[in-house]
Design a protein around this ligand. Structure first.
Ligand code: IPE
Ligand code: IPE
Ligand code: MG
Length: 244
């Protein structure tokens, strides 16, 4: 069945609001093709494009893609530099199209090590996208769930010391609103490709009640059909949130 027909099967009333994707397997895809890892990442960018388009067509509200983790600095300098440049160059190339498609673009993650990597045009264009009303696309760049919590605790303790907030008011909602994902819904569905079944420091706080969907497909091969299938499978799940 082609993906447009599959989209017709989605129950609009039970659409996940927020889908987050751990895009994994670029390196193994490259190995299987007897090419270098860098070509795997290049091919991975095409998959991102495909899935963002499909998310727009399916009417999704929030899509978060894990592009580079705080642990990915452990890779070779060559791969790290290539990846960071590829992510920025791809955005430079795609950003006008994204804006034309009413997409709102945000980076989530720590800017600390990345000041010089951010392209000014991309940052300014992202800001101008905030007036759009379509899909919220979060690009998780130098993102780590624990780093996000550390950053949040620092901001919160500053606000407690300055008297802006009282320690007695700390609750789930307040903590959520100190995170990079402030004021966004938690991910309903987290997809991970490549057969690995772990979180790898992604959305640690926000995933408390997320549904998980794993596939052996390597990220560069992830298709529109499979993406829609993950939504259809999500709609069959019974979420209980602790109730019976
Ligand atoms: C995912 O593919 C891309 C990033 C982590 C940036 P990998 O590069 O992790 O690919 P594998 O896991 O080695 O196959
Ligand atoms: C997770 O993939 C990070 C991204 C997809 C950006 P990794 O390939 O880095 O995760 P591990 O090392 O296998 O857990
Ligand atoms: Mg990997």
């Amino acid at each position: 069945m082609n993906y447009k027909q599959l989209i017709e099967n989605i129950d609009k009333e039970r659409m996940p609001k927020h889908i987050a994707i751990i895009m994994d397997g670029n390196g193994r895809w490259a190995d299987a093709q007897n090419t270098n890892r860098i070509n795997g990442h290049k091919q991975g960018v095409l998959a991102v494009r495909r899935i963002v388009e499909t998310a727009v067509e399916a009417g999704l509200e929030y899509l978060t893609v894990y592009a580079f983790s705080t642990e990915n600095w452990r890779r070779s300098k060559k791969e790290v530099n290539y990846l960071l440049k590829l992510i920025m160059d791809s955005l430079v190339k795609e950003i006008d199209d994204l804006i034309a498609n009413n997409v709102i673009i945000r980076f989530i993650g720590s800017k600390e090590e990345l000041e010089k990597n951010y392209n000014k045009k991309v940052l300014n264009t992202c800001k101008s996208s905030w007036k759009n009303t379509g899909l919220h696309l979060n690009v998780a760049m130098n993102y780590g769930g624990r780093r996000e919590l550390i950053d949040a605790f620092k901001l919160m303790s500053d606000d407690i010391i300055s008297g802006k907030i009282s320690k007695n008011l700390i609750n789930d909602e307040m903590i959520s609103n100190y995170l990079y994902t402030a004021y966004m819904p938690d991910p309903d569905l987290i997809i991970r490709t490549s057969g690995e079944e772990r979180l790898s420091n992604f959305l640690v706080w926000q995933s408390a009640y997320s549904e998980f969907w794993f596939t052996k497909t390597l990220w560069p091969d992830f298709s529109r059909q499979e993406f829609i299938q993950s939504i259809l499978d999500f709609q069959e799940r019974k979420r209980r949130f602790g109730s019976r």
